[in-house]
Design a protein around this ligand. Structure first.
Ligand SMILES: Cc1ncc(COP(=O)(O)O)c(C=O)c1O
Length: 486
């Protein structure tokens, strides 16, 4: 007989040693973040990635770890650093990281089965339901991402509003084509979801937003009226609790009323702002969320859980399940034994599902919702402080209101063209990034280019915000002087 193959360590004590070293190094890395570059370009010739085929023979774990320490861990995205504010990223947490390790050791697949892990996910979904004002028996699951949470909810909404059995007959059987409505500030994942669901981009009506960049409800009413008259079925209104660009929040209560009047499904993309429900000061901003038919959340953003941790909640649990449940011969539900209980895979696309609930559960257990709510308020206070400082400086310009924790601004000395402003602010952004000083990202607000800092970071302090305002001003002047001299 051939030598027995197993993937367990040949030497458990060596594994223990490498594991301890990895934990110690991780603690040093994260506790010393402030002294490190936020981000560094990855050198081209990183030998570790040169091989085009995997090794035929393995190597010792300690040696693998040394290679990783040298070549990989120093070249992370940097979103854990207190001066990372690009896009909209959480900064992670150590207990979240520990949870990821423990979840992998537990090893459960959360597609279905009678396990403690599944019980934990159900509990976490109930917690999220309570938090957002959904009923305790709402449908819901954790998803890989906010994009998948939105996709999942829109699939349920579509099936409910189609008027035909879409699972059996497909969307071609829908009599009057469905129309979906969201504001021109919506995240691109909404469009991607509708494309993947077979409706196409034309089915998504982008409703203009007002000066506050929230959806203009009268424009929505007009579009819905026009579409009905033209033979379409207005099916779903998608509100935003926090637009990606600026954090703008739609009038969710108004949208809920409108959707009810028009017999439409009301979905909320709450990936950024649904968790405002925890905020002692700002929960009112998302009043009306509790009336939605479905909501998408992203716990890896403001609540800092390690990637990925999305979640979807659907008020009508039966509608949710009816969209995804599938039980072939090899997945029959049983009254007893390991396969007892409802499969979580019946609420989404994935059959194999990770034990993400553990990092969610551990984060809530460790910090509690009060502290998480205060963290949300802290980041908003930082953004308001930054916005107030920017407003006082003549060469800096706010390009959008700052309702929550995102500041859109730019260096714009007088008499610069829009192209010139874009080139200069892009250069500021790239210098900040390439020098490892800070990570802002950039965007366009109504066609005007600007820097964007999303303070979704539990490590950022007021000194960091003062510093970035001063640094953008200093760099703007410096680059302008360079250009004038050239
Ligand atoms: C409002 C909003 N919705 C959806 C998403 C997509 O989330 P994810 O990146 O987790 O797929 C984002 C991402 O930033 C977002 O800001």
């Amino acid at each position: 007989m051939d030598e027995k193959v197993t993937l367990d360590p040949a030497d458990w004590s060596e594994f223990r040693q490498t594991g301890r070293r990895a934990l110690d190094d991780a603690i040093s890395r994260i506790s010393g973040l402030r002294d490190r570059a936020v981000w560094q370009p990855v050198p081209e010739a990183k030998g570790i990635f040169a091989a085009d085929v995997p090794p035929r023979k393995g190597m010792a774990l300690g040696e693998i770890y040394d290679g990783l320490s040298e070549n990989v861990f120093g070249h992370a995205m940097g979103n854990q650093h207190p001066r990372f504010w690009g896009w909209y990223m959480g900064a992670g947490s150590m207990s979240g990281a520990l949870a990821e390790f423990l979840a992998a050791v537990d090893g459960s697949n959360l597609g279905g089965g009678s396990t403690a892990a599944i019980g934990m996910e159900r509990q976490v979904v109930r917690w999220l339901s309570g938090m957002t004002g959904f009923p305790q028996d709402a449908g819901g699951i954790l998803t890989s991402s906010g994009s998948m949470a939105n996709f999942t909810a829109l699939a349920v909404a579509r099936n409910r509003k189609a008027g035909v059995d879409v699972r059996r007959e497909g969307i071609a059987a829908i009599d009057r084509p469905l129309r979906f409505y969201t504001s021109d500030q919506a995240h691109s994942c909404i469009q991607k979801a509708l494309e993947a669901l077979g409706h196409g981009t034309n089915a998504l009506r982008l409703v203009p937003s007002g000066d506050d960049l929230a959806m203009d409800l009268s424009a929505l009413e007009r579009l819905v009226r026009e579409d009905r008259a033209a033979g379409f079925t207005p099916a779903v209104v998608i509100g935003k609790a926090g637009a990606t660009n600026t954090g703008a929040i739609d009038d969710l209560a108004g949208l809920a009323d409108f959707a009810a009047r028009e017999d439409m499904w009301f979905h909320v993309d709450g990936c950024i702002g649904a968790v405002l429900k925890l905020s002692p000061k700002y929960a009112e901003l998302v009043a009306g969320l509790e009336h939605a038919d479905s909501v998408a959340l992203d716990l890896h953003k403001w609540l800092q859980m390690p990637f990925c941790a999305g979640a979807v909640l659907v008020r009508d649990r039966d509608a949710h399940r009816a969209t995804f449940a599938a039980h072939p011969d090899y997945l029959e539900e049983k009254a007893r034994g390991l396969a007892a209980g409802e499969f979580l895979a019946d609420y989404g696309m994935d059959l194999s599902r990770p034990f993400s609930a553990l990092k969610v559960w551990m984060t809530f257990q460790e910090h509690g919702t009060d502290k998480l709510g205060r963290l949300i308020d802290q980041t908003i206070a930082l953004a308001q402080h930054g916005a107030a400082r920017i407003a006082e400086i003549g060469e800096l310009e706010l390009t959008a209101p700052v309702p929550i924790n995102i500041i859109c601004f730019r260096y714009a000395a007088s008499e610069m063209s829009e192209d010139g402003i874009k080139a200069l602010n892009t250069e500021i952004m790239l210098r900040l990034q390439e020098q490892g000083l800070a990570i802002p990202s950039d965007t366009l607000i109504r066609g005007r280019h600007c820097l964007r800092i999303a303070i979704c970071n539990h490590r950022t302090e007021v000194g960091d915000i003062d510093w970035i305002v001063d640094e953008v001003l200093r760099m703007g002047r410096e680059i302008l002087a360079e250009r004038t001299a050239a």
